[in-house]
Design a protein around this ligand. Structure first.
Ligand code: CO8
Length: 263
């Protein structure tokens, strides 16, 4: 993929089929300013459009995934400017345009908007010092990037209320026990490596099936079980119209390795 350069991101493709984005604003612990978010959305849009990329890993630094939205940028904002310009509305647009799996490797602080950004991903892996929290209450405000909704769905109402109302952080271990994170690793490097390996594995499958997997799991967050299962079955039926279904099942029957066409 194209090697664009960014002010606040490092972008590379360290493994076949895998896009890698590292938040890189070390002086502010990767605080999410508007230019950073615009760059992140641009980089993810490029990966979405790039047929050679099957999955994407997003990470920060060892010290911070992201310490939240940039408080200095927001400090003097008024209601009319925030409302009038739909402040941060486009920050979460990646959840709609990004159809490829996004694996988020969190080390260090994932606070406020940082926690919310991590939750916009599909899978969260955590290192030993990952720290999640929604400290907005301490700033006289509330989560604004989906935290009240996604954290509650991820860990349940009582735990989400506890975190959001106290502003207290939770550890990597707690995040994994509560299901916010899928897996916890022993070192920051292992965390990122595992995310890249998972992305490589996902990228090795039929991209049409991968896309459908993400779509049906995400539907579970919007629909009741009955409608959700019906939606799943329709997509499952639809995949009998793909070449890769025939290729995958024939390869199994013939004890061969499938060669996916992504069709
Ligand atoms: N915004 C701006 N600057 C920040 C931020 C931030 N969120 N976090 C850290 N920084 C800066 C500090 O100001 C400091 O800069 P300087 O050296 O110029 O003083 C530098 O980063 C290093 O930080 P600290 O010296 O504070 O480092 P410590 O190790 O002492 O503390 C902490 C680390 C605990 C993470 C601390 O920096 C902190 O509490 N940060 C703020 C955390 C916070 O409140 N986050 C929530 C922000 S509100 C929000 O995110 C609303 C969500 C909006 C939606 C987003 C959708 C994706």
């Amino acid at each position: 993929s194209s090697a664009k350069t960014y002010e606040h991101l490092l972008v590379s493709s360290p493994k076949p089929g895998v896009g890698f984005v590292q938040l890189n604003r070390p002086k502010a612990l990767n605080a999410l300013c508007t230019p950073l978010i615009l760059e992140l959305n641009a980089a993810l849009r490029d990966y979405q459009a790039d047929k050679s990329i099957g999955a994407i890993v997003l990470t920060g630094s060892e010290r911070a995934f992201a310490a939240g939205a940039d408080i200095k940028e927001m400090k003097d904002l008024t209601f009319s400017t925030a409302y009038g310009n739909d402040f941060i509305e486009n920050w979460s647009e990646l959840v709609t345009f990004l159809k490829k799996p996004l694996i988020v490797a969190v080390n260090g602080y994932a606070l406020g908007g940082g926690c919310e950004l991590a939750m916009m991903g599909d899978i969260i892996y955590v290192g030993p010092k990952a720290t999640f929290g929604q400290p907005e209450i301490k700033l006289g405000t509330i989560p604004g990037g989906g935290g009240s909704q996604r954290l509650t769905r991820a860990i349940g109402k009582s735990r989400a209320m506890d975190i959001i109302l106290t502003g207290d952080n939770i550890s990597a271990k707690q995040a994994a026990e509560w299901g916010l994170a899928a897996r916890v690793f022993d070192t920051p490097e292992e965390t990122v490596d595992a995310a890249l390996s998972t992305a490589e594995k996902i990228a090795s499958y039929s991209q049409i099936a991968v896309k459908a997997c993400k779509e049906v799991v995400n539907k579970s967050q919007e629909l009741g079980v009955r409608d959700g299962v019906e939606f799943e079955r329709r997509i499952f039926h639809g995949l009998f119209g793909s070449k890769d279904q025939t290729i995958g099942m024939t390869a199994f029957a013939e004890k061969k390795k499938p060669e996916w066409t992504n069709e």
